[in-house]
Ligand binder design. Structure first.
Ligand SMILES: [Zn+2]
Length: 584
């Protein structure tokens, strides 16, 4: 659905990029712009810049970028229309007459229905006479039938088409089943049940919709857990298992466990704030989700090496959210499930109450790596400890740990504080370097958006400057078009972008990212934001614009035979025409 330009202008004016982004990210002023920790990748020093001039944002760390609409799309996991709707509501604007062609919304609705029906089917299978081995498996692992019902657990029969036939019978097409990811698709195009011979864990969102499934093998082959891939209604990096139950609890904390079985065992034992990630490591989006509900998280990962590694990672991710982290030391059992079975719920409660803070966890770990009774060991430990202390945001808290450490190691407090300061200074320096570095547009060699860029760097760079220039000086357009046509652009991606910006200006609009958010993909928006960010400090004269055009023409002359062979007919004709003109 196309949204009227006039409405988009209004939407953009009423949703200032700074105010929108700052309701999700803690922004600090840096000259004319603002900087903050990027919510789209995990980082400790800020790389995301918010530009008031162009009403855009760009992350120098991961390359995410765009306008307010792109930002909301990404952070709230919405499609374009949904993001516009959210921003309209935020600004108290009435959405223009909505088109009926809302295909995504319709598909999502069908997927929710399919998921619910699939959950019912699996549950009925679990409770049926012929699958009592599956029920016995779950009760054998200590789950009561009441718990099984509460979580809506199920069983996917060991069949290639039991679910497919059931859902077809309910009127769903194979296309819809595939979009919901409850079926896979073979090479011939035929579909088959995605989950077979597994006990099933439905994943339910905060509104009570079944959005995905996790399946566990009971014995035998295949991966232990199989999870739904991302679908139009499910992003595994943005959901947590059992958060729908945990959010109802009055407790001010969540317990973060490693797997579905741990979570369910914890709930059954009365710890109804347990949640788990969905077969992946914790993401910054999930940490942010958690921070919206509680101020404290208890990490209850497995006691093995992998679990401890994941714990450290999670501490790092939570450190940017303001959520207090405690770590459960599960001793004498491999995971919370086993711990409760062996020692009982009361003892687990004690464990929760006595859990160590994140800093203590890190310090204990660093201490365990060295022999602190030797001078060498002490120095090594102090070096690690200073790095750990430098991560503490709150200066008072940092001071408390510094004092404690000084006493423990009989070192002066000032000496420790000084090494912490040095680490902090280095971090600031690193950030500055990162920001001043020339934009790395093609990060890993192949530039998927603009594959021609690598061969035509010089031309592409000039093209990008011309595009950025039009945002600042739309009045130059007529002058530019007297010297060149969009077709003169060497790289097709930039040509397309340039044309869109030209069209916008020719309709009388002032070019802005928000007017393009509906026609460009998120990646294209990010690239355009990068171009704007790259010329943020520049003021362009008309002469400069002509210089860029000259570069493009120079580079165009160098096009190889191969490039010419790959041109489509229209472009080829223009190219020949061009050569002829120049010979005259
Ligand atoms: Zn980023």
């Amino acid at each position: 659905m196309a949204i009227a330009q006039e409405f988009l202008e209004q939407l953009k004016d009423r949703n200032d990029v700074e105010s929108v982004v700052s309701s999700y990210v803690n922004l600090k002023r840096a000259g004319r712009n603002l900087v903050g920790l990027c919510p789209f990748h995990n980082e400790k020093s800020p790389s995301m810049v918010v530009y008031n001039d162009t009403q855009s944002f760009y992350c120098f760390g991961c390359g995410a970028g765009g306008d307010v609409i792109t930002f909301i799309k990404k952070i709230e996991n919405l499609d374009y229309i949904e993001a516009v709707r959210l921003l309209a509501a935020r600004a108290g604007l009435q959405m223009p007459e909505e088109g009926r062609d809302d295909r995504t919304a319709r598909l999502k609705k069908r997927i929710y229905e399919i998921n619910r029906e699939t959950g019912r089917f699996y549950h009925a299978q679990l409770m049926s006479e012929q699958n009592k081995h599956a029920l016995a498996y779950l009760t054998g692992r200590g789950l009561s039938v009441r718990t099984i019902r509460r979580f809506g657990l199920g069983y996917a029969p060991d069949s290639w088409d039991a679910l497919t036939r059931h859902l077809r019978g309910k009127g769903y097409s194979d296309e819809e089943l595939y979009a919901a990811a409850v079926v896979g698709r073979g090479r011939s195009g035929s579909v088959y049940d995605q989950f077979r011979g597994r006990v099933m864990f439905p994943i339910i969102d905060l509104r009570g919709n079944v959005i995905a499934f996790g399946g566990r093998v009971m014995q035998g082959s295949g991966p232990k857990y199989l999870n739904s891939p991302d679908t139009p209604v499910f992003k595994k990096s943005r959901n947590l298992f059992a958060l729908n139950f945990a959010k109802q609890s009055a407790e001010p904390y969540l317990i973060l466990a490693e797997g579905y079985m741990d979570v369910i065992a914890l709930h059954q034992a009365g710890f109804t704030t347990a949640v788990a990630t969905l077969g992946t490591a914790l993401t910054s989006e999930q940490a942010r989700l958690v921070s919206g509900y509680v101020s404290k998280v208890m990490i209850a990962y497995d006691s093995d090496e992998a679990g401890q590694k994941a714990t450290r990672r999670a501490i790092g991710i939570f450190s940017d959210t303001g959520v207090e982290v405690k770590v459960l030391k599960i001793e004498g059992a491999k995971d919370p499930d086993e711990y409760i079975k062996s020692f009982g719920a009361t003892r687990f409660k004690l464990l929760l109450e006595g859990s160590a803070g994140a800093v203590e966890f890190e310090l204990a770990r660093a201490r365990s790596k060295v022999d602190a009774s030797t001078e060498q060991g002490k120095v090594a430990f102090l070096r690690d400890a200073a790095a750990i202390l430098s991560e503490i945001r709150n200066p008072i808290e940092r001071d408390v740990y510094t004092a404690k450490l000084a006493e423990e190691l009989s070192v002066s407090k000032e000496a420790i504080a000084l090494s912490v300061q040095n680490i902090l200074k280095k971090k600031v320096k690193d950030l500055k370097r990162k920001q001043s570095r020339e934009l790395r547009l093609s990060v890993s060699g192949v530039d998927k958006l603009n594959p021609e860029r690598a061969q035509h760097m010089r031309a592409a760079a000039s093209e990008e400057k011309l595009i950025a220039l039009l945002f600042k000086n739309p009045d130059y357009l007529d002058g530019l078009l007297e010297k060149m046509k969009p077709d003169d652009f060497v790289t097709a991606f930039n040509r397309g972008l340039f044309e869109k910006v030209c069209n916008l200006i020719q309709t009388g609009a002032t070019p802005s990212l928000s007017l393009l958010a509906g026609v460009l993909t998120d990646e294209e928006m990010a690239r355009l934001s990068a171009m704007l960010a790259g010329s943020e400090q520049m003021t362009f004269t008309k002469q400069q614009a002509f210089d860029y055009i000259d570069v493009i023409f120079e580079e165009k002359k160098k096009l190889t035979a191969n490039d010419i062979a790959n041109m489509d007919d229209g472009r080829l004709q223009d190219f020949i025409e061009d050569l002829r003109r120049k010979k005259k």
